[in-house]
Design a protein around this ligand. Structure first.
Ligand SMILES: Cc1cc2nc3c(=O)[nH]c(=O)nc-3n(C[C@H](O)[C@H](O)[C@H](O)COP(=O)(O)OP(=O)(O)OC[C@H]3O[C@@H](n4cnc5c(N)ncnc54)[C@H](O)[C@@H]3O)c2cc1C
Length: 428
């Protein structure tokens, strides 16, 4: 992985973050707040990834479903940011992240489940706010720039990244750094650096945003602009595969052929549906700006979180998280899910953290993706200060920093029920 062509080094940074989804933005901002120079490379023309471009503008529940918030830190900060200038809200029963015992007793008496700490948010405004946040924190942004490959050297069986080659309007550029974060959602940097990864297929899902005369009427009647928008599908398969056509192979999303097969079949399917509508009664506001793949490729981390790790404490936890679908179910994210010790200065975060099966789903949704981004940015800063490989940093110190930034590191054993009777609610 040497630099075999003549490209001048454009600049050197302490930390380069590849991919400006919620995880990458969190990583870049947290590294910058820790005093490091940071470059954030994004192939699209706005930040937020799936949460904005991908039209997935919904913070899944950040609570245990029994009235107690579990996920805080930058996930809480981003959620508050996203709600500042647009629609969406947290249920008013939540005060300082909890529902009072009296209110919970009221729900129990009525045989109802308490509301969850979750919200929709305006995707495009949030994208603008992420740019504002990055600029305010001194993160250098390079939009419209595709990371094409790493430049690395091998020493003592370990890979050390030296820089990355990107392609943009200027042509080919080369940036170097001491630490690298792969937040591409597809593990592009980790994979191309030769670090082991795993892949998983995706169902036939392609949901755009539409307005209709009826939805506009409803928005006016309710006085809530959020109701003006409604969904329009190409493929409409659910998270668990319901509605996935039998004759369509799963999409792995790690090859150009797969991406094209997904986009062409879904776009034609959506158009076929639109052709049947009265053409003056609706319009498509936007198609998803990126493939709506939940899980493509992830790191083979030094630890891979399993569904059976529910209620297990990890010494190297970087944050407690809740299952977004099933009430009660709590997990902790081991730091080792973000690193593979074959790479000395490369870490990942977001939907490429190492989870197996359903545990990958629990890890990849927006709030945990932000928490792992926050942890990855801080870990890079710490690795630089400690002059250590990123897998070898003083994790208790990282935990203390995260705690000081309002991240809950370990869940409370008092919140483990003897038995949970909760089932999947299809919240993703
Ligand atoms: C259909 C669907 C429904 C979902 N529903 C929900 C939900 O309701 N609530 C919820 O919380 N989560 C939901 N999720 C999951 C959630 O949206 C994502 O897991 C989360 O947003 C991932 O964030 P990320 O930053 O890790 O990755 P991404 O959002 O994928 O961001 C990666 C970024 O990297 C950029 N990038 C990629 N490759 C390169 C490259 N080579 N060079 C430069 N830039 C690159 C991309 O453009 C993108 O901006 C859903 C996902 C899907 C697909």
């Amino acid at each position: 992985m040497l630099l075999t062509e003549e490209i001048n080094e454009k600049a050197h940074y302490d930390v380069i973050v590849a991919g400006g989804g919620v995880a990458g933005a969190a990583a870049a901002i947290s590294a910058a707040r820790a005093g490091k120079s940071v470059l954030l490379i994004e192939k699209a023309q706005k930040l937020g990834g799936l949460a904005t471009l991908g039209l997935i503008n919904y913070f899944v529940p950040m609570c245990n479903g029994r009235g107690k918030q579990i996920i805080f830190g930058m996930a809480e900060e981003f959620l508050r940011t996203a709600l500042k200038y647009g629609y969406g809200s947290i249920h008013p029963d939540f005060v300082n992240g909890a529902i009072s015992p009296e209110k919970l007793a009221g729900y129990a008496a009525r045989g109802e489940k308490p509301p969850r700490y979750q919200t929709k948010f305006p995707a495009e405004i949030f994208a603008l706010q992420l740019t504002e946040l990055c600029v305010a924190e001194g993160v250098d942004l390079t939009f419209d720039s595709l990371l094409s490959r790493p430049v690395a050297e091998e020493t003592g069986g370990q890979t050390k990244l030296l820089g990355v080659v990107i392609e943009n309007k200027s042509g080919r550029e080369y940036y170097t750094a001491d630490m690298f974060v792969d937040a591409t959602g597809d593990c592009d940097l980790v994979y191309r650096a030769g670090i082991p990864t795993a892949e998983r297929g995706n169902f036939h899902t392609y949901i755009g945003s539409k307005i209709t005369l009826d939805s506009c009427r409803k928005a006016v009647e309710t006085g809530d602009i959020k109701n003006a928008l409604t969904g329009i599908c190409g493929g409409g398969a659910s998270l668990y595969g319901g509605g996935h056509p039998k004759d369509i192979p799963l999409y792995y999303g790690c090859s150009s052929d797969d991406v094209n097969r997904y986009l062409i079949s879904n776009q034609l399917e959506m158009l076929k549906k639109l052709k049947k509508d009265d053409r003056l009664s609706r319009d498509v506001v936007t198609l998803p700006g990126m493939c709506q793949f939940r899980t493509t490729r992830r790191i083979e981390g030094d630890y891979v979180l399993k569904e059976s790790d529910v209620y297990r404490h990890f010494d190297d936890s970087v944050g407690a998280i809740n299952d977004f679908d099933r009430r009660d179910f709590l997990y902790e994210i081991p730091y080792r899910t973000l690193v593979n010790r074959k790479a000395s200065n490369l870490i990942t975060c977001g939907r490429t953290a190492a989870g197996d099966g359903y545990a990958w789903d629990v890890l990849r949704v927006i709030p945990p993706a932000i928490i792992t981004g926050q942890a990855a940015g801080l870990a890079c800063a710490q690795a630089l200060d400690e002059s250590r490989a990123v897998a070898d940093i003083d994790v208790p110190k990282l935990q203390r920093t995260l705690e000081a930034q309002n991240v809950l590191i370990h869940f409370d054993d008092a919140d483990i029920p003897e038995k949970s009777d909760d089932t999947i609610e299809h919240n993703d």
